[in-house]
Ligand binder design. Sequence first.
Ligand code: PAJ
Length: 277
Amino acid sequence: MIIVNSVEELLKYTRDLDSVGFVPTMGALHQGHLSLIKRARDENSTVIVSIFVNPTQFLEGEDLDKYPRKELADIEICKRAGVDILFMPTVESIYFKDELRIEAPAIRGFILEGAKRAGHFNGVLQIVMKLFNIISYNRPKKFRAYFGKKDAQQLILIEQMVKDYFLNVEIIPCEIIRDSNGLALSSRNAYLSKEEKEQALAISRSLKRASKLIMQGVLDTKKIEKEMREVMKSLDIEYIAFVDRNFKKQERIELKNSIILVACRVNNTRLIDNIWI
Ligand code: PAJ
């Protein structure tokens, strides 16, 4: 595995590539990330992973400084997973002064996660656009990028950016990986104590409850939300949302076209989860 820290260096290693599978991450890698890497490994001749804690997607007062950084363990995980190139750029090598900015659309970019974290998705799109352009700069024959459904709104916005900006990349959505209790894996789970982890299980339980109700034929989102709130009554709920695949709010569930999203606080840790119906 080659580890590179600058764009110039990366470009030396990406000449004449056949298919490239790219997995962008912020590190502190867990089985969720690994599932993306494995899929990329299965489907491409070259796998490139990036680890970059992107400052522009953290708002003032968020956890940029304390975001878990586990460089050595991450390198080991990538090596073992058969990653070919690990790209770990410095902030200076990737951002410029007074640079051009990408603005997420109001309709999908500034609701839910984007309302609670106004400007967050501008930063996500900014870095993902840069990474796509850097990784595919030398025009591989095929370019695929892997994203988790865990960050559903991020995934939808990236798909929109690819379409709106005519980017030559295939976005591969990947299933949410959970621990044996149902808790969706997240780098931020590292902030949770044992008791808090236990409490956080109510999130996935509420989503399971929702999917059970839907299987029983309950499609009214108000009814489903009421039951979900009951399951999560010990948590500080930021939002429960029912949207279609374009993130338009729904009054009724539509099979194969609904996403149920939850954001909660467990003490000081903010957690998100969702299911695609
Ligand atoms: P990060 O939170 O490190 O996540 C990297 C990728 O792993 C994302 O596509 C995310 O959806 C996926 N992922 C995280 N937890 C997962 C889980 N439990 N199951 C499946 N996939 C999971 O998302 C980011 O980084 C950043 O915003 C990034 C896209 C890298 C831009 O900075």
